[in-house]
Design a protein around this ligand. Structure first.
Ligand code: ZN
Length: 320
């Protein structure tokens, strides 16, 4: 239901616009959302250091707003580079307050933390990520947040109220933003983070599949007519509950798969499990950013260990 098209962005529902960056292969489009009420505007997830970048500013000008005086808020659903990389540049151009949950704030002020602490990488993988120029590139301007978000906070943009819901599944500091008046949920990467296939997802080492599952369960209880993720297309009405169901099923399938591969082997290290799952093709694996799968698998194993289903002894995982 796009009501108005412009050069850079489109109005999804009155006062809520999407600005799409370039198509980024498996990541789909990286989208920023702009919420406008009168002469006040907020940007949700400014994107990478360059994308959508300037397009967001041009779009705001195109709407007749002044970026310096009218953009008051930059909201970050979480701290991954494809969501916050553009925050520093946008802050410089607008002076707006950057807001993020404290558990992901370090990624804003120290970009290399993403590579150093959030991904399961080999030495070669780490080197490759440092020079990567894809959506997860970490060559962005570090910036400190102006406000730390917490669950239950309300963000005001003119008369628009957004409720902050801390979900913490995709990454420890992930939040989604709910506009109850218009029944809109800005879901970031929490419901889905690769387009077109809810079975394809990743979480970082600070995230948790168990937490993601319970977050999806509670989000599903909200009255949502518009689900606006950062990468996929927007979902509306009946499609919304389908997205939630498929995303929750995908987590269960992932966990089941890992458990059955592990019991088939009796014991295995991470590399053996990656190999088995790859051979079996039982879980869709992002081909573009392979380390995201290894990272998700490691986080899943940690979760299953916390649930008392498996244990780890010097890097070797065993079923209990
Ligand atoms: Zn993410």
């Amino acid at each position: 239901m796009i009501t108005k098209l412009t050069m850079y962005g489109s109005e999804i529902i009155p006062g809520i616009y999407v600005v799409k960056g370039k198509f980024a292969d498996e990541f789909g489009f990286i989208s920023s959302y702009v919420i406008v009420d009168g002469d006040t505007a907020a940007v949700i997830d400014p994107g990478t250091a360059g994308d959508p970048g300037k397009d967001t500013l041009e779009f705001v000008k195109h709407l007749g707003l002044n970026p310096k005086s009218d953009i008051t808020t930059i909201l970050c659903t979480h701290g991954h580079p494809d969501h916050i990389g553009g925050a520093g540049i946008l802050k410089k151009a607008t002076g707006a307050s950057i807001m993020i949950h404290e558990d992901d704030a370090v990624l804003l002020s120290n970009p290399s933390e993403f590579i150093d602490s959030r991904l399961k990488l080999t030495f070669a993988g780490r080197m490759a990520m440092k020079v990567d120029r894809g959506p997860l590139r970490v060559n962005y301007r570090p910036v400190d947040p102006d406000r730390l978000l917490d669950r239950g906070d309300t963000i005001r943009i003119g008369d628009v109220s957004l409720r902050v819901i801390h979900t913490g599944g995709h990454s420890a500091g992930h939040c989604v933003f709910y506009d109850s008046a218009r029944k809109v949920l800005f879901s970031g990467d929490e419901v889905n983070n690769f387009p077109n296939d809810p079975r394809k997802f990743y979480i970082d080492l600070s995230g948790s599949l168990a937490i993601r599952r319970s977050s999806l369960e509670s989000l599903q209880k909200l009255d949502i007519e518009f689900l606006l993720p950062s990468h996929d297309v927007s979902h509306m009405m009946g499609e919304v509950s389908l997205q939630f169901r498929e995303a929750a099923d995908a987590i269960l399938q992932f966990q089941d798969n890992v458990l059955s591969h592990l019991s088939a082997r009796g014991s295995a290290d991470l590399e053996q499990l990656v190999f088995d799952i790859q051979q079996a093709r039982s879980i869709p694996i992002p081909t573009d950013a392979y380390s995201l799968f290894t990272t998700t698998l490691e986080a899943c194993l940690q979760d299953l260990a916390r649930a008392g289903l498996i244990r780890c002894n010097e890097g070797i995982w065993n079923p209990i």
